[in-house]
Ligand binder design. Structure first.
Ligand code: ASP
Ligand code: MG
Length: 411
């Protein structure tokens, strides 16, 4: 039997009624002849509540116990989903992560999946079971402790199961009806995409389009798992939602597919550092050790052996970055005159695989921003992305103008 993976996010299993509705969709796929693996999240809000309880109980908590607590939300929905399917006369059984067993490393609260043996579940399919309901987000460490995969980790569970079982597709049911050219809250011209390439989705996911956990997209790309993002609140059809797939499956070739943004960025500048071999390593080494997610970097032209170094990072990491750099200065590893943090910036990015083969995209982007009077503070590019750092107050304006200039409202 062909295998289909269906993942239901927290809002899609938020109540018993919604679980019923989700189960009906599963029933439709079973009737088509699929063996279905259902991955469930916790009921919406549940994981936040559990995390809150952990924080309230223990300030510097033991991560193993954090995982024991926060993984429990998914156990409830997995059992309820199996029961609901059984009530519909669909043979179903639930699995917690350790029962599969979904094996992870022991990085508690952000564990990586190492192996998913298929024999256990396949044996049940062979006996006539139609649906395996698996609790998302959780696994078991080499020490035999429960682990979790990081917030939003059920997406990654779903993709990993699709890869392990060679599923035809992995359908991610959520509360939005697909992936959009940009955030519909910023412009009503935002259009739902029928298809998007893995690479583009990866850029959009990591740039803050919070539809899928970034790691799940990486995994899907690596194993060629076709992912469909669709709403569990709308009518089901085979064309619904957005298909995330290999770029060969996508015919249209426009330079830009989407405009992403990230509101909470900061720009930090080290004024007057010595321009000598090893200076970048001396600055970014301590930042890496402090866990700072450095994104864009520019080094200015040196004058009289000194230069300025600018980088961007999430705004909530500024204090930690300052501490790390000042400590490195005190230890004489680096030397600078001043450290300036600009915490009022945002990042706006144009993303598209078509950029690889079309020139002039950057020029058009910069011209559009200049026509709107938006000053660009930092620029970074990759093969399929151009990002700029601008004042946060112009972020929405920039997104709207770029969406217009690249005509993204047109199919
Ligand atoms: N319930 C977990 C969370 O809220 C995992 C998930 O739903 O993907 O992060
Ligand atoms: Mg999610």
């Amino acid at each position: 039997m062909p295998v289909l993976v269906m993942k239901f996010g927290g809002t899609s299993v938020a109540t018993l009624d919604r679980i019923k509705r989700a189960a009906k969709r599963v029933g439709v796929e079973v009737a088509k002849g699929y063996d279905v693996i259902v991955i469930v999240s916790a009921m919406s809000g549940k994981t936040n509540e559990l995390v809150g309880w952990v924080n309230e109980t223990s300030k510097f908590y033991d991560a193993r116990e954090y995982d024991a607590v926060v993984s429990s939300g998914e156990n409830v929905t997995a059992g309820l989903m199996a029961l609901t399917l059984q009530e519909m006369d669909v043979p179903a059984r639930s699995w917690q992560g350790w029962q599969v067993p979904l094996k992870t490393n022991n990085a508690h609260s952000s564990a990586r999946i190492e192996e998913i043996p298929t024999d256990n579940i396949n044996a049940k399919f062979a006996e006539g079971m139609k649906v395996a309901v698996v609790a998302g987000f959780q696994g078991i460490s080499p020490e035999g402790r429960i682990t979790t995969l990081g917030r939003g980790g059920s997406d990654t569970t779903a993709v990993a199961f699709a890869a392990a079982f060679g599923a035809e597709r992995c359908d991610i049911y959520t509360d939005v009806d697909g992936v959009y050219t940009t955030d519909p809250r910023i412009t009503d011209k935002a259009r739902k995409l029928d298809k998007i390439a893995f690479e583009e989705m990866l850029e959009l996911a990591s740039l803050g389009a919070k539809v899928l956990q970034t790691r799940s997209v990486e995994l899907a790309m690596r194993f060629g798992v076709r992912l469909r993002v669709l709403s569990s609140f709308e009518e089901q059809s085979d064309e619904a939602g957005t298909l995330v797939c290999a770029e060969e499956e996508i015919m249209e070739n426009r330079p830009v597919s989407g405009i992403a943004y990230s509101r909470d960025e900061a720009k930090m500048t080290l004024i007057s550092v010595a321009d000598r071999p090893g200076i970048a390593a001396a600055i970014f080494g301590p930042l890496a050790e402090a866990g700072i997610n450095v994104d864009m970097i520019i080094q200015n032209i040196a004058e009289e052996g000194r230069t300025d170094m600018t980088f961007s990072c999430p705004v909530d990491q500024v204090a930690r970055a300052e501490k790390a750099l000042n400590a490195a200065k005190d230890a004489d590893q680096i030397n600078f005159h001043d450290l300036i943090a600009d915490t009022n910036v945002a990042k706006v990015s144009a993303v598209g695989i078509g950029m690889r083969s079309q020139s002039g995209v950057a020029a058009q982007m910069f011209k559009t921003l200049s026509d709107e009077g938006v000053n660009i503070k930092v620029i970074a590019t990759s093969e399929i992305k151009i990002s700029v750092l601008i004042d946060r107050k112009y972020m929405e304006l920039a997104v709207q103008a770029l969406h217009d200039t690249f005509e993204l409202e047109k199919a």
